[in-house]
Design a protein around this ligand. Structure first.
Ligand code: UDP
Ligand code: MG
Length: 322
C-alpha cells in the first residue's frame, strides 16, 4: 500500500522543516512508499520557500501553493485531491499532531478501518474553553444530522474510498468535522495527549470559535428554520389566547385604557424575535448565495506536481509514488 500525507501550512516557516524531519523519520520507519503533499495556504512568511527547498532535497515532497490565504478547509481539499495514495493521513504542520501516531493509524487501517481518528484529550486547555466545548458538542449532537465528537479534529487516516467519498462532497462551505462524519464507513477512535500550541497564540479566538460553532450548526441541518416555525406557532397561539381574553374582558367589564407597558413589551419583544428569525433565514440564504456562485475553493500559484497529474476535480489514481 502507498501512503499520502496531506499537510496544510499557513505561516509555519519556523516549524515546517522540523516537522518534515520528524515526519520523514516516522514514515521511513513504516517501510512503505509515501508522498507528502504540503499545501501552502498563501503564507506570507516564506513558508513556500521552505517547501521548495524541502522538495528539492526530498523527492517524496509535493507542494501546492495558493494565490492567497483560502483557509484550512480549502487547503485540506486541495491536498486530498492531489494525494494519490491508498490511504491518506491529514496532519497539521505545527507539530501538534505527533507523527509517532502514524504507525498506530496504519495498524488500524490494516485491520480494515476506513477512518482512523485521533482524538485529543483536553489536558492543558483553559477550563472555560473546555466547558464551552462540552456544551457545544452536547448541543450540536442533539441538533445536527451528523454526530460530532469532542476533541476530534482533522488529524486522521482515511482510506481511498473515504477520500473519494469526501471529494464527492463539492460544497463551498466546508465544515470538515461534519463532512468526515457524514461519509460514514468503518471508523475507529484513539486518544492522544494534547500537545500545546507552539509559541504563537492559537488562531482560535473566542469569536472565531463562536462563528465556527454556528457554521457547524447551520451546515448540517435545517432545524433552526424549524425552530422558527415552532416559535412562530407558539406566539400565534399565545396572541390568540390573549385576544380572546381581551375581548371577553371588554364585553364583561367594558373597554378600559389598554396597558401601555404590555404594548411596548409586545412590540419590542416580537420585533426582536422577528429579527432573529430573519437572521436565521438570512444565514441559509447567504449559504445558498455562495454555493450558487460555483467559485473554486482555491486558486493555485505554484506547485511541483506534474501538470498531467493535476486534476480539476478528481483524484489522480494512477500516479506513481517514489
Ligand atoms: N492552517 C491553514 N490555513 C489557515 C489556518 C491554518 O492551512 O488559514 C493550517 C496551519 O498551518 C496548521 C493547521 O492548519 O498546520 C492548524 O492551524 P492552527 O495550528 O492555527 O489551528 P489550531 O491548532 O489552533 O486548531
Ligand atoms: Mg495548531
Amino acid at each position: 500500500m502507498r501512503l499520502s500525507l496531506v499537510v496544510p501550512c499557513y505561516n509555519e516557516v519556523e516549524v515546517v522543516t522540523r516537522f518534515h524531519e520528524a515526519l520523514s523519520r516516522e514514515l521511513v520507519a513504516t517501510g512503505r512508499p509515501y508522498e507528502i503533499v504540503y499545501v501552502d495556504d498563501g503564507s506570507t512568511d516564506g513558508t513556500l520557500d521552505e517547501l521548495v527547498k524541502l522538495a528539492a532535497a526530498d523527492e517524496a515532497v509535493r507542494y501546492l501553493s495558493f494565490s492567497r490565504n483560502f483557509g484550512k478547509e480549502a487547503a485540506m481539499l486541495a491536498g486530498l485531491r492531489y494525494a494519490g495514495g491508498d490511504a491518506v493521513v491529514i496532519m497539521d504542520a505545527d507539530l501538534q499532531h505527533p507523527p509517532e501516531l502514524i504507525g498506530r493509524m496504519l495498524e488500524q487501517y490494516e485491520r480494515g478501518f476506513d477512518q482512523v481518528i485521533a482524538r485529543r484529550t483536553r489536558t492543558g486547555d483553559p477550563a472555560t474553553r473546555t466547558l464551552f466545548a462540552r456544551t457545544y458538542y452536547w448541543l450540536i449532537n442533539r441538533w445536527a444530522d451528523v454526530e460530532l465528537v469532542d476533541g476530534v479534529g482533522d488529524f486522521r487516516l482515511l482510506s481511498r474510498r473515504a477520500v473519494d467519498g469526501l471529494l464527492e462532497l463539492g460544497e463551498y462551505n466546508r465544515f470538515s468535522k461534519g463532512l468526515f462524519a457524514w461519509i460514514g464507513f468503518e471508523s475507529i477512535l484513539f486518544e492522544y495527549d494534547n500537545v500545546k500550541q507552539p509559541d504563537r497564540k492559537s488562531r482560535w479566538t473566542f469569536r472565531r470559535l463562536l462563528e465556527y460553532g454556528l457554521d457547524g450548526l447551520l451546515s448540517f441541518n435545517n432545524r433552526p428554520l424549524r425552530l422558527a416555525i415552532y416559535v412562530g406557532l407558539l406566539l400565534t397561539a399565545v396572541a390568540a389566547g390573549y385576544a380572546v381574553w381581551v375581548i371577553v374582558n371588554a364585553v364583561l367589564n367594558g373597554v378600559q385604557m389598554p396597558g401601555y407597558v404590555t404594548l411596548i413589551a409586545a412590540i419590542t419583544g416580537l420585533g426582536g424575535l422577528q429579527m432573529v428569525m430573519l437572521g436565521v433565514i438570512g444565514e441559509y440564504i447567504g449559504r445558498i448565495y455562495y454555493e450558487t456562485k460555483h467559485r473554486p475553493h482555491y486558486l493555485l500559484k505554484q506547485s511541483n506536481i506534474d501538470p498531467i497529474d493535476r486534476p480539476a476535480t478528481q483524484t489522480p489514481r494512477s500516479r506513481q509514488l517514489p
